[in-house]
Ligand binder design. Structure first.
Ligand SMILES: *Cc1c(COP(=O)(O)O)cnc(C)c1O
Length: 355
């Protein structure tokens, strides 16, 4: 058995994989594959409706918000957010807490002025800047809730006089938060809610339609809302697998239930990183992510042997991102705590051998 610590596409629950495989061969007893039924069929419409309902239920989405399943990944939302929210000649505020945030703000520059209100770039994004004032004349402020590459996570969201736009790609459904604090939330599914190919968007309806700009249909949130995420053929299979994953999450006690597990997993792993003299954490302690745990070896010569050691134990996907180095253990919702203990045991055995 493998212990999948990959950063993305990330681990999915085994039972969801089994159900998905069944759906490919014979979807709900129809004798047809989920891959070959019409997206306008009642069978698929039921899948999409359930997916939307589960998002609303699990995130407790208030009235006045729409839930969309779109394509193009989070990277497309980097552009669609300013396309739909930033008026001609207007300004948007960005917190630059990592490379994804940087890519997001670069896209916004195609549509208007960008004010970077805070950045942690000089220290290679090892913390989340929190000391900034929100410019009230900006159309919105954009933040990244979890910086997948660096292993930092904003622990406390804030109230804002202007809409908050948040990239939640790598921690959506991992912890409780209040949707009402946000104007727009988006997340590529492939980290914590399903397979690659679908992107979740939760948008507050009354922030739309204020740019004075004509927006092509596929890029226009209002058109996608009116089309119920079916302006064109949606990514049916990806939505199906995401729906199954959300069903699995609901059965596990929903977001509140999984949050407790995520806290326990993160605590166990950080405790070992702090205790073990061969390893050390990378990100600021108060910003440590509960989804992506980054760490390095004190002695660079231990890096390769530790990777090899992990490989022999079936631990995969823990090599760090090239811009940080070392290791990154992604401990998304679907990763069982038993896998975290396998990694901790490996670190302890490695210590015995190499200290
Ligand atoms: C992975 C990731 C992205 C990029 O997502 P795509 O769906 O590949 O475009 C953006 N932001 C964050 C925080 C991510 O983790």
């Amino acid at each position: 058995m493998k212990h999948n610590f990959g950063a993305g596409p990330g681990i999915l629950p085994h039972e969801v994989l089994k159900q998905s495989a069944e759906g490919v061969l014979n979807f709900n007893g129809t004798g047809l594959s989920i891959l070959e039924i019409s997206h306008r069929s009642p069978e698929f419409e039921a899948v999409l409706d359930e997916a939307v309902a589960l998002v609303k239920e699990l995130l407790e989405v208030p009235e006045g918000y729409s839930v969309l399943f779109l394509q193009g990944g989070a990277s497309t939302q980097f552009a669609l957010a300013p396309y739909n929210l930033l008026p001609e000649g207007g300004k948007a505020a960005y917190v630059e807490s990592g490379v994804w945030a940087n890519k997001a703000l670069k896209e916004a520059k195609f549509f208007g002025q960008v004010e970077v209100v805070a950045t942690s770039k000089p220290t290679n994004f090892n913390y989340i800047p929190k000391d900034f004032t929100i410019p009230e004349d900006a159309a919105y402020i954009h933040i990244t809730s979890n910086n997948t590459i660096y292993g930092t996570q904003l622990q406390q969201f804030f109230k804002s006089p202007i809409p908050v736009v948040c990239d939640m790609s790598s921690d959506i459904f991992s912890r409780k938060f209040d949707v009402a604090d946000f104007g727009l939330i988006y997340a590529g599914a492939q980290k914590n809610m399903g397979p690659a190919g679908v992107t979740l968007v939760v948008v507050k309806n009354d922030i739309l339609g204020k740019t004075g700009r004509a927006i092509p249909a596929m890029f226009n949130y209002q058109v996608q809302i009116e089309g119920g995420s079916m302006y064109n053929t949606p990514p049916c299979f990806a939505i199906y697998v995401a729906m199954l994953t959300l069903r699995w999450l609901k059965a596990k006690g929903g977001v509140a239930g999984i949050e407790l597990e995520n806290i326990a997993k993160a605590k166990a792993l950080y405790t070992e990183i702090d205790r073990n003299p061969l390893f050390k954490g990378v990100s600021a302690i108060e910003d440590r992510s509960h989804m992506n745990v980054t760490f390095v070896v004190e002695n660079p010569e231990h890096e390769k042997p530790f990777l090899k050691y992990c490989d022999e134990k079936g631990i995969v996907g823990i090599k760090g991102h090239r811009s940080v180095g070392g290791f990154r253990a992604s401990i998304y919702n679907a990763l069982p705590i038993t896998s975290v203990h396998v990694l901790i045991d490996a670190m302890q055995e490695f210590e015995e051998k190499y200290k």
